[in-house]
Design a protein. Structure first.
Length: 297
């Protein structure tokens, strides 16, 4: 069974392909890159046509399609055609908005950034395995101890998740420095969970903590953007989303927004609605009021 076989949601073919792209060999990457650069052309091609423009072979094209998670070239074409149709409908809507001035080309910078984020995030779930997500939530629910490790740009969503956990009564450790992360991981054992967050899935410090946790018998949940990154490969459960939004010069960090949303959804799945959670939230609310100098009613 191909663990990466998937039917990306409408509009998600690009994000899905990019999540697996780094793991392809160069000849397969040429096929994938042409699909990313010219999906409208690929949608009308035969295997022989794609072989000619990418200087590969029929076997390479078929292998690339399967490694990208599709049944074959025809399946890839069908998904590209579907997404091209969806994009045409979206463009028609945008043109309609421009014609009425809502939100046309003169919209404010802030409004434009929010509009773009809302539009782009829709495709981010293309590479998420919902079964892995459910298994990760189950593991956290039953965990004896929960550790969150992250470094660099992934610290913010990881810390936010840890705070959400604590505010709902889920005891969670999220050390800020690398030494403490690794020492805490060393103290984990079977029945514990380590959540490792890394956009690239290649951060050596985060990978170090995850490997230590795995060696100790803990369940490792990897939150990353690439399906075959080092973090994804070593994780017990890998939550992959956001590969389409990794551009260092981009002013809009949608990749981190996607991480935040995935972790927020994971928290919601773990806590749900229960008396214990309500009690914890009530206690947190009282403490916050005490901190700001107000008495609860």
């Amino acid at each position: 069974m191909n663990p990466y076989k998937a039917e990306p949601p409408v509009g998600g073919s690009r994000a899905h392909i990019m999540s697996i792209f780094p793991s392809l060999v160069p000849s397969e990457q040429r096929v994938a890159q042409f699909c990313l650069d010219s999906p409208e052309t690929v949608a009308t091609m035969s295997v022989a046509d794609l072989v000619a423009v990418t200087a590969t072979s029929p076997a390479t094209v078929v292998r690339a399609c399967k490694r990208l998670g599709f049944d074959g070239f025809q399946h890839l074409r069908q998904v590209l055609l579907r997404d091209l149709g969806a994009a045409a409908r979206d463009n028609a809507e945008l043109e309609g908005w421009a014609a009425t001035g809502t939100p046309g080309t003169s919209e404010h910078l802030v409004s434009g950034i929010f509009s773009r984020a809302a539009h782009d995030i829709r495709s981010a779930l293309a590479s998420l395995d919902f079964e892995a997500f459910a298994a990760a939530a189950d593991a956290i629910r039953s965990a004896n101890r929960l550790l969150v490790v992250a470094n660099g740009a992934s610290v913010a969503p990881a810390k936010s998740f840890a705070l959400r956990c604590l505010s709902t009564g889920v005891v969670c450790e999220a050390p800020g420095d690398i030494v403490s992360q690794h020492i805490t991981a060393k103290l984990l054992s079977q029945g514990d969970v380590c959540i490792a967050v890394s956009d690239s899935g290649l951060n050596g410090f985060t990978l170090g903590g995850a490997r230590i946790a795995l060696e100790r018998g803990a369940t490792v949940i990897g939150v990353t953007s690439y399906a075959r990154s080092a973090l994804s490969e070593l994780s017990t459960h890998s939550l992959v989303a956001g590969a389409e939004f990794h551009h260092w010069q981009d002013q809009l960090p949608i990749g981190n927004i996607v991480q935040m949303l995935i972790l927020s959804a994971l928290h919601a799945a773990v806590t749900g609605n229960s008396p214990e959670v309500d009690q914890a939230r009530s206690a947190v609310f009282e403490e916050v009021l005490h901190i700001v100098g107000e008495e609860p009613e």
